[in-house]
Design a binder for this molecule. Structure first.
Ligand code: WQD
Length: 335
């Protein structure tokens, strides 16, 4: 049985990936510092799969702790989620973002190199494309100057991994996520936003639940079909499964390059108003919302061309926007 380290394995995408890894027959060891999640997620994973994953509470910035982990644990691959992810916060605290997102990545790769470990999967982001000139966005679209320190950590992170793969004969895949939403069908794991949600779906579900008074729709004058911005919303379970596909590609030595990167989205663009209408349909709730000005830094439209990911990873999305929003709503009701 192959053993896989999942850093940030108790977070939103990490926890869903741990479940899919266990379903696929992998042994999982989780590292998480619990800075943006709770230890209960571990029990919830166990109650879904019946398997209790090994867990280490480690802050990846603490080099000695990471060294000690790798000195005592042999793994066949690493899926690295642990990172800060709030775009706005990264503008206020850029050094925290570079220290955590870049520092941890470097430490992790150093230790993998020192222990002659291979097979690295990295959480990257469609933010690397900025507002792409052509839609849907292919992997060949140029990387645009990052709009935020957060986005920059993903671009720099990819570059560090690519150079490490060349220098140390390692193999890695970066997955460029579009907009992950939803929750596991068991409704035992999901997204736990701290404070006021910045992302659309948790803001919608909290508004429908009466926690927020009203949703502000940021911008109704975009050059899209209804004037609101368009994104590619992917069910988190479909996204989690892309990690298993990428890992298997590396473990089976099917990768054509030592560093590869793939778009992980549905290939379908949906406007904010379409998301609202679909949410109202699946929840039976009518949502309070108002149109306000554009949010700084937002782009008009982004959705993935998934042709290459579908072909090379033998992976495709299976779940609809309706299913994802219904799961997000059930998860909200459970909170
Ligand atoms: C979606 C749409 C908003 C909130 C995502 C990730 C981010 C980064 C990039 C990860 C936009 C609109 C939102 C609200 C609104 N990815 N909106 N009212 O901006 O696409 O960013 O991809 O690496 O971390 O979150 O996602 O969910 O914030 O916004 O109208 O209260 O909803 O303007 O058009 P975004 P989002």
């Amino acid at each position: 049985m192959k053993k896989i380290l999942v850093t940030g394995g108790l977070g939103f995408i990490g926890s869903h990936t741990v479940v899919e890894l266990q379903h696929a027959g992998f042994e999982v060891v989780i590292i998480d510092d619990l800075s943006n999640t709770t230890i209960e997620v571990l029990e919830n994973i166990t109650s879904i799969t019946g398997i209790n994953p090994e867990f280490h509470q480690i802050d990846l910035r603490v080099k000695t702790a990471v060294q000690q982990f790798f000195d005592t644990t042999a793994v066949d691959g690493v899926i690295h989620f642990a990172a800060f992810k709030a775009v706005g916060e990264s503008v206020e605290k850029p050094l925290d973002y570079y220290e955590n997102n870049i520092g941890s990545l470097v430490t992790l790769l150093q230790e993998m190199k020192n222990h002659k470990l291979d097979h690295f999967i990295f959480s990257s982001s469609c933010t690397v494309y900025g507002q792409a000139d052509e839609l849907p966005i292919t992997e060949n679209a140029p990387i645009k100057a990052a709009e935020s320190p957060y986005g920059n950590t993903k671009q720099i992170g990819e570059a560090i991994i690519k150079e490490s793969c060349n220098a140390y004969a390692m193999n890695a895949i970066a997955l460029r996520y579009f907009n992950p939403i939803g929750a596991h069908e068991s409704i035992k794991i999901g997204e736990l936003p701290l404070g006021v949600p910045q992302n659309l779906i948790p803001f919608i579900t909290q508004t429908a639940a009466g926690i927020r008074e009203e949703l502000s729709v940021f911008g109704d004058d975009y050059p899209t079909s209804d004037g609101t911005a368009v994104r590619d919303y992917i069910h988190v379970v479909d996204l989690a499964k892309a990690h298993i596909a990428a890992l298997q590609r590396l473990l089976n030595k099917q990768n054509e390059n030592n560093f590869e990167y793939y778009n992980v989205g549905t290939g379908k663009g949906t406007s904010v108003l379409e998301v609202i209408k679909t949410f109202e349909k699946v929840s039976g709730k009518s949502l309070h919302y108002k149109m306000v000005g554009r949010r700084e830094g937002d782009i008009t439209a982004a959705y993935a061309d998934t042709t290459i990911a579908n072909k090379k990873l033998h992976w495709k999305t299976e779940k609809s926007l309706e299913e994802a929003l219904a799961a997000a709503w059930k998860w909200q009701l459970k909170q």
